[in-house]
Design a protein around this ligand. Sequence first.
Ligand code: SF4
Length: 172
Amino acid sequence: MQEPCCLERYPAMTVVLSNLVSLLIYGIGAYILFRISLILTVIYVLFILFLEFRLLGRHCVDCYYYGKTCAFGKGYLSSLLFPRGQPERFNRKKITWKDIVPDFLVFLLPVIAGILLLIQQFSWTVLILIIALVVLGFFGNALVRGKLACRFCKQREIGCPAEQVFDKTKNR
Ligand code: SF4
């Protein structure tokens, strides 16, 4: 099957859908943790902000889409917040599962917290939100990356360490 050609800039609908999945995960996660305590919610939101700024300031600055509209719109956002990095550095980065685990924790921690809430007292709302988090976290992210983002990504064509990690996992 012929590889789809890469996009110089992604359509607005892709940016909306890609961010919608993340924002739904963040919103549901924060709501579940808020049912336990406000402090936990604040820590969770700070953790998300740390991960987003780490991406914008350490990865997007070196990416091909710096200053452009990538599938997440973060290439452009990064150019508003940080000076250009070194494109050749993007490809040299060694990314391992250790670097990716924090992104999984964003939806796994609220799932664990939700299960603890259910053990304490059953609630259909919490159960449905846990199921939604698992679906969005695994299938939603995979769909966005597989069908909307990485598939048309110029940086993937140039070389992307994160894609190599998933590829290795995929080819096992
Ligand atoms: S493709 Fe990924 S690394 Fe590149 S600018 Fe967009 S979010 Fe950042």
